[in-house]
Design a protein around this ligand. Structure first.
Ligand code: TXA
Ligand code: MG
Length: 318
C-alpha cells in the first residue's frame, strides 16, 4: 500500500470519512500531532491501527469526539470532569474517565481498562471527519510505535506511508506535542502526561487543584505513571541523544534554544510554546541528518517546558 496525501478540503474530508466508515485507519491532523484515526466502535478498524503502528496491544488509545453529547455516551462525567471539559474543550486536554459499559466504543480501544481516555480536539480537519463519518475516532499519534510523533504530513508518509491508505494534509500542527492527559478525581486532578495545557492553566481555568503532577525526569524514569503508554523509552530517534548541551561535540547535530548557534534552533527568542511546536520537527531533521548523534540545549523546566523535557528525557533513553 502506498498512502495518498490529500489536502484538507471538502473532497479530502469526504474521502477520509468514507475510508473510516469502511473500517480503514487514516492519518488526520489535530492541533497537537497527526493522529492515525479509525472508527472507535469497530474492533477490526481499531486492530488495524495497532497493526499499522506495530503497537503493543496493552497500550490503550485516546477517543476523539466532536461534541459533549458524543463524549457523554462514551464516559461517565463527574462534576470535576465537566468543569475541565467546559474550560478546555475543544483543545489539547485528554480526560481519563470511567468508561460507560453501555457505550459504543469497542473493548480494544481501552485495552482492557475500565477507564477511557477521551478528548475533543480543536483542529477543524479532525472535527470535520468525526462529523462526516458520524463516529468517535480512536487515534494515537500517526507514527510507528516508539518512533517520533509526526507534526507534518510528510513525517507520517515517511513512517507509515507503506502501511496506510490516506493522509489528510493541513500543514504543520500548532501545538507540536501530544495532549496533556489528566485523571480528575474528588481530591484533585492528577496529570498522567504533561502536555500543552500546563498545571497552572489547569488550576486557573478549572478552579480545581492539581495533585501529584509528573515532572519530566520522573516520567522518564517511570516514577508511578499510570498511563500505560508512558514507557521510559518512547519518543525514540535512531541516534543517541545528549541533553542539556551547551555546544555540539564533533559529529553532533545541535538542537538549540534561545540565543545560541545551532543546526536547528527551537526558539531563538527563548519562547517555550514556539519550542514545543518545533520539537518533533527538529528531532526528525536531526535523525535524517548525516550527524552521528544529537545534542539538545537545556530547556527551562517551567510551564510547557515540563512537557518538552518529558519528551526529551524519553528520546534520550535507549
Ligand atoms: O495529542 C494527542 O493526544 C494525540 C493526538 C492524535 O490526539 N494522541 C496521542 O495518542 O498522543 P497516543 O496513543 O500516542 O497516546 C495515548 C496515551 C498513551 O500514553 C496511553 O497509555 C494513554 O494515552 N491512555 C490511553 N487510555 C488511557 C487510560 N484509560 N488510562 C490511562 N492512560 C491512558
Ligand atoms: Mg505516540
Amino acid at each position: 500500500m502506498s498512502a495518498r496525501c490529500l489536502p484538507f478540503d471538502d473532497d479530502g474530508v469526504a474521502e477520509a470519512a468514507r475510508l473510516i466508515r469502511a473500517g480503514e485507519p487514516v492519518a488526520l491532523p489535530s492541533e497537537t500531532v497527526y493522529g492515525l484515526a479509525a472508527d472507535a466502535t469497530d474492533a477490526r478498524a481499531v486492530a488495524a491501527i495497532y497493526a499499522a503502528k506495530g503497537r503493543p496491544s496493552f497500550n490503550p488509545l485516546i477517543v476523539h469526539v466532536a461534541d459533549r453529547a458524543m463524549a457523554e455516551t462514551i464516559a461517565d462525567f463527574s462534576a470535576e470532569a465537566r468543569r475541565l471539559a467546559d474550560a478546555f474543550w475543544p483543545g489539547p486536554l485528554t480526560l481519563v474517565l470511567p468508561r460507560r459499559s453501555d457505550g459504543p466504543v469497542c473493548d480494544l480501544v481501552a485495552a482492557g481498562l475500565s477507564t477511557i481516555a477521551i478528548r475533543m480536539p480543536s483542529h477543524p480537519a479532525m472535527l470535520a471527519v468525526i462529523r462526516a463519518s458520524g463516529r468517535p475516532l480512536a487515534a494515537p499519534s500517526a507514527n510507528r510505535s516508539g518512533a517520533i510523533s509526526p507534526t507534518r504530513a510528510q513525517h507520517v508518509l515517511v513512517s507509515l506511508g507503506d502501511r496506510i491508505a490516506l493522509v489528510l494534509d493541513a500543514g504543520p500542527t500548532v501545538a507540536g506535542i501530544e495532549s496533556t492527559i489528566v485523571a480528575p478525581g474528588a481530591s484533585g486532578i492528577r496529570i498522567l502526561r504533561p502536555g500543552p495545557v500546563t498545571a497552572a492553566q489547569l488550576e486557573a481555568l478549572s478552579g480545581l487543584t492539581v495533585v501529584g503532577a509528573v515532572t519530566g525526569t520522573e516520567a522518564g524514569a517511570g516514577g508511578g505513571i499510570e498511563s500505560p503508554g508512558q514507557l521510559a523509552s518512547h519518543y525514540c530517534p535512531d541516534k543517541p541523544v545528549r541533553l542539556a548541551a551547551e555546544r555540539a561535540e564533533a559529529d553532533e547535530y545541535l538542537i538549540g534554544f534561545g540565543a545560541m548557534a545551532a543546526d536547528f534552533n527551537l526558539s531563538p527568542a527563548g519562547d517555550l510554546v514556539e519550542a514545543a511546536a518545533h520539537l518533533f520537527a527538529a528531532l526528525h531533521e536531526a535523525d535524517a541528518s548525516p550527524a552521528r548523534a544529537i545534542a539538545v540545549a537545556a530547556i527551562p523546566h517551567e510551564g510547557i517546558g515540563i512537557a518538552i523535557n518529558d519528551r526529551l528525557a524519553r528520546a534520550a533513553v535507549r
